[in-house]
Design a protein around this ligand. Sequence first.
Ligand code: 8DG
Ligand code: MG
Length: 318
Amino acid sequence: MFMQLVHVAVAVIMRGNRVLIAKRSDDAHQGGLWEFPGGKVESNETVRHALKRELKEELDIEVNLSDGVQPLISIRHDYGDKAVLLDVWVVSSFEGEAVGAEGQPIKWVEKENLNDFAFPEANKPIISAILLPNKYLITGGYETPDDCMHKLQHAISCHGIKLVQFRNHGLYASDQEAYIAQATGIRDICHYNGVRLILNAPPAILQGIDAAGVHLTYAQANEYSTRPVPRNKWLGVSCHNAEELSNLARLSPDYVLLSPVNKTATHPDAEPMGWEKFKALVETVPYPVFALGGMMDTDMTDAINYGAQGIAAISAWW
Ligand SMILES: Nc1nc2c([nH]c(=O)n2[C@H]2C[C@H](O)[C@@H](COP(=O)(O)OP(=O)(O)OP(=O)(O)O)O2)c(=O)[nH]1
Ligand SMILES: [Mg+2]
């Protein structure tokens, strides 16, 4: 049966490290669960205007649309009784003090604690998107382990990196002990700097090193029939096209890297997809997607506006 997709404007209202959540009334769709405030986009308005209207109605705050609002993620989800398109925005500038204007309970919660609350099923990737930064450094070449540490420390200090993927397939394949020793040193630097470390290695590596998660190539990921890492660890996968993106659904990855968006020195023969194609692909999946391939800091605004979580890069910061 054809079910109409209900377009919903959703606000992740941020104040420092805290996010505003509200409780849905028991008799509403997905009732009794916590939500990010928002509501249905009406036929005569844009999604941004719906956001502004809903936040006035539900919280009595006045959102500044000119510079206080930025796209975060959009998610299509079919609940069986209702299909929704959640169009989620980060709201960082507004006037007034938020209250539960419709009598609903509201709460400001530390973003790291969001997983302690019961949200509708469609909200899982919204929480991942809130917890992920918009810059994702992938480590590049280096001469010695010390050189690697220096490059990493420099990237963290000078470019504000909060998420790092340690990638050295050659070392992992040839000498696992050396890989673990080096990854452990990197983990310590990351830990000290409040940076999340993802290892580009098989999931079993997490038994030896307490990293935040693993990143797999599409081919590696495709070997698994179910999610190969526990829910409290991050799982990322590299993808290049629509087929790969849709095949991954069974693994519920926490994010994906989609490439190449632009021309890149590391894969000079790969045909770049460009931003329009990137956006069309991102719209098909319910996970945060980082743009990869020739990305520089100056690409960040495009990335966000074309639906990305942010940009992933080696040479921009390494
Ligand atoms: N606002 C909001 N809606 C969500 C979230 N997650 C989620 O699945 N939804 C679903 C539940 C509903 O089916 C739909 C939002 O509808 P709504 O009930 O908030 O719409 P509304 O504010 O316009 O309410 P109403 O006028 O129909 O009472 O989206 C979320 O985090 N925030
Ligand atoms: Mg609502």
